[in-house]
Write a protein that binds this ligand. Structure first.
Ligand code: HAM
Length: 427
């Protein structure tokens, strides 16, 4: 039987892994500058966490979760996102008891049973940050600036930050009522999901892509007009801080995002090359989620970025730099008797930090040099019987054929003169 990967999942093959490593390295570098510490939570959680945290009527909870019963008849769910699990851990470990702000980040697979298409998968990867313990608009601005800085560092410039405020439960309540009475007369013309959403959360109709639904919702007033004074001031300050940080944004009154936990600021960073699936990251403020998860009334704000979409975007721009996959040294062994000595030298060079390859079976000089060339090695070290007796080895630069004879004992020193320093000695 030939088995393939399940629909919506994929293997990350060795050539691609370089790009993932590079992304993760860059993420960790930038996040640490902003003071974020990594947290690793389980891949599955009690289903209830997502039902309560994300909201029972959201698309994710209604249609997209991988939920199963274990042998103890407990309902568990593969995490569809990282915010609720991080907040659960924050509450469970009482991280708030230290006082002050807690800044956490995560990188890992998420699972949603969506219809797969370009940039949309059933197992995908996110990295995200959550800043807990601060309701100041400066925290929102810092989070958005962090996202933009990270993408810049990765080589993306022409991204757009879309931003909106969805207010607090008080001002949103009034807005919901207005939307309900405006859309209710058109209920029979709405698409099936909007008909369902109308009763439970009419705000979600604003981001429906169906053309008839869009026509109907066109007449909706902007939520901004309904914001209470505190929410309006919060938004104005976020915008002002962003301007100070030189972050370009566009207010999008239709941006509501598909999670019930959001309050006030919501945002997405989009890249228009990918078509409909264009949000590289999404985030926002959630001032009641910690309390919803059984903790004190503590505010939070964060974002998460889809790594597959980010990679697709980077590839459209010429690809991430990745890492060099070419051996720095290719050891050519010209005699069976030197196999053990060659293996010893290769091991020493690897332990010293050089990416060293060797032919695992002795072949002709020509065949081994061809292999070194094919792998784009920088240097070939040639171990020949006579030279070895004289305690010498030959080193050949593959790009132009320049050859040196080097004292065996001096080989590491010599390599550091002609190659960049060994990888793990860079720091
Ligand atoms: P989200 O918008 O659902 O937000 O996901 C964030 C990002 O994950 C999206 O912008 C997209 O790049 C990627 N993504 C989502 N679904 C898929 C999929 N099926 N295939 C590929 N990529 C996908 C959240 O998850 C929130 N937890 C973000 C957040 C953090 N809000 C506050 N803190």
């Amino acid at each position: 039987m030939k088995t393939t990967v399940p629909r919506g999942t994929f293997d990350i093959m060795p050539d691609e892994v370089m790009n993932w490593e590079w992304m993760e390295k860059t993420i960790r570098q930038v996040f640490s500058r902003y003071g974020y510490q990594e947290i690793r939570t389980p891949v599955f959680e009690h289903t209830e966490l997502f039902q309560r945290g994300i909201g029972a009527t959201t698309d994710i909870v209604e249609k997209e979760m991988y939920t199963f019963r274990d042998k103890g008849d407990r309902s568990l769910t593969l995490r569809p996102e990282g915010t609720a699990p991080v907040v659960r851990a924050y509450v469970e470990h009482k991280l708030y008891s230290r006082g002050g702000v807690v800044k956490l980040f995560y990188i890992g697979p998420m699972f949603r049973q969506e219809r797969p298409q370009a940039g949309r998968f059933r197992q995908f990867h996110q990295f995200g940050v959550e800043l807990l313990g601060e309701d100041s608009p400066l925290a929102d601005a810092e989070i958005i600036t962090l996202a933009v800085d990270l993408y810049k560092k990765m080589g993306l410039e022409d991204l757009e930050v879309l931003l909106n405020s969805i207010g607090c439960p008080a001002c949103r309540g009034k807005y919901r009522e207005t939307l309900y009475s405006l859309f209710q007369p058109h209920v029979s013309e709405l698409c099936e999901s909007c008909r369902r959403r109308l009763e439970k959360n009419p705000l979600r109709l604003l981001d429906c892509k169906n053309s008839r639904c869009r026509e109907i919702t066109q007449t909706a007033p902007a939520l901004e007009e309904y914001l209470c004074t505190a929410c309006r001031e919060h938004l104005e300050q976020v915008l002002s801080f962003l301007e100070h940080a030189g972050v370009r944004y566009r207010l999008d009154p239709r941006l509501v995002r598909g999670f019930d936990y959001y309050t006030r600021t919501v945002f997405e960073v989009v890249n228009n090359d990918l078509g409909a699936q264009n949000a590289v990251c999404g985030g926002g403020r959630y001032d009641h989620l910690v309390a919803e998860c059984g903790g004190p009334q503590i505010a939070g704000v964060g974002f998460a970025s889809g790594m597959e979409r980010l990679l697709l975007t980077l590839q459209q721009k010429g690809g991430p730099p990745g890492f060099s996959r070419h051996p720095q040294v290719y050891l050519v062994i010209l005699s069976d008797e030197l196999t053990a000595a060659g293996f010893k030298l290769a091991t020493e060079l690897r332990r010293y930090g050089y990416y060293t390859e060797t032919c695992l079976a002795v072949k002709s000089l020509k065949a081994q040099l061809r292999a070194a060339d094919k792998q784009k090695a920088n240097l070939a070290i040639i171990l020949g019987k006579d030279e070895w007796k004289d305690r010498q080895i030959s080193v050949r630069r593959m790009s132009d054929g320049t050859q040196w004879r080097v004292d065996r004992k001096r080989i590491k020193e010599f390599l550091t003169e002609v190659l960049s320093p060994p990888a793990d000695r860079e720091d």
